[in-house]
Design a protein around this ligand. Sequence first.
Ligand SMILES: Nc1ncnc2c1ncn2[C@@H]1O[C@H](COP(=O)(O)OP(=O)(O)OP(=O)(O)O)[C@@H](O)[C@H]1O
Ligand SMILES: [Mg+2]
Length: 428
Amino acid sequence: MTDAKPKDSSEQEFKLEPDTELRFEVENPDNKSEKVVLELKSGNAEIFGTELVKDKPYFFWSGAKVAVFTWHGCTLELKGKTDVAYVAKETPMVMYLNVHAALEEERKKSEAEGKRGPIAMIVGPTDVGKSTLCKILLNYAVRATRRPIFVDLDVGQGQISVPGTIGALLVERPSGVDEGFSQLAPLVYHYGNNNPGANTALYNTVVTSLGEVTMDRMRSNKKANHSGAIINTCGWVKGDGYHQILHIAQAFEADVILVLDQERLYNELVRDMPDSVRTLFLPKSGGVVERTSKSRIDSRDARVREYFYGTKTNLYPHSFDVKFSDVRIYKIGAPSLPDSCMPLGMKAEDNMTKLVQVTPGMSVLNHLLAVSFATGVEEDVIRTNVAGFVCVTEVDMDRQTMTVLSPQPRPLPQTLLLLSEIQFMDSH
Ligand SMILES: Nc1ncnc2c1ncn2[C@@H]1O[C@H](COP(=O)(O)OP(=O)(O)OP(=O)(O)O)[C@@H](O)[C@H]1O
Ligand SMILES: [Mg+2]
């Protein structure tokens, strides 16, 4: 007698010892979408800090790179086509858990002393697992009943809003296993480019603004204040990129800097940071996979699609016409002039944070436009957060209108729009 189900050739079972992880990648054939189903059959397991529910199917799509870690051992089942699937015994998870424990101590201390909780910032070169470590630490914090703030300053591969932005979010529950943290009211600032080096003056300005508002919000929410914040950064760590890291640490009053993988960066920070800031070196996980520039472009595109359509294509964006005469579009940063040509007392840097009016036309087609909360240029538009984004899907010069894709129905909540360099082709 047998009660075993006939096994599909692509069905695999893994028995994991304590402190090991199953790593797998979903096949990514061109133009084809593959799906892998994961189930926890016995024991306990977590994906980047989120616990799995026994016998519940979890779906992963083409290109997903996943690690299922177990503290006490488990059995896992995988169905579908994977590129690789193996159990790794060497993982840095114990070290990451120790970091969480140290942050927890700081949180307790902050409660006892009525002070602000720890602000931890994660830095390192590209592809070392910075975003993943943020997720793990945030998930562990909420599982410990904290309400930490997640700050994402990566304008290329960020997790809050669309590429070309920075933002902050109060985390109230663990992230979904196959999606990000739920976003009720993220605080978002427009930068407009996926490269933090494209306009350093603007990047530092929006970081300062986000830092001030985040600190204010923490002060007004006791629970968040004691829970502290986890800050994700981008992988640009040399030259101006390094100076941006120093600027971020200052703007967010970082208490702890976690440096992943790069000892040189670690040593530079130890040298340059005041003694009050603790700098810690952490190894990267052997599971982190390097991404090609194509996969970075793909994931940026997926991020914008997700913004309008939702993770499981469960949102229905709205599409409507906007008259050119009803809006004002600006971009930030004028072409730079040599200092000698600048009006007296102005630096070339000031030019990079200047608003320049854009005449609506074909040049905005396929671009994202940020809908600013500012109502007029007399306000400090650059230092004002944005309500959201629309994407220009059509431009009609005869009728002097543009068609936009929007997560909200018409009308636009505000009429001051900021042009982003980020483009999106709506293929729905
Ligand atoms: N232990 C692991 N096993 C397998 N895959 C992993 C592991 N840790 C992270 N990954 C995967 O590796 C990829 C890169 O990780 P992550 O995005 O955290 O790196 P990053 O340093 O933030 O990269 P970037 O510089 O692009 O922001 C992600 O797809 C992530 O899911
Ligand atoms: Mg990242």
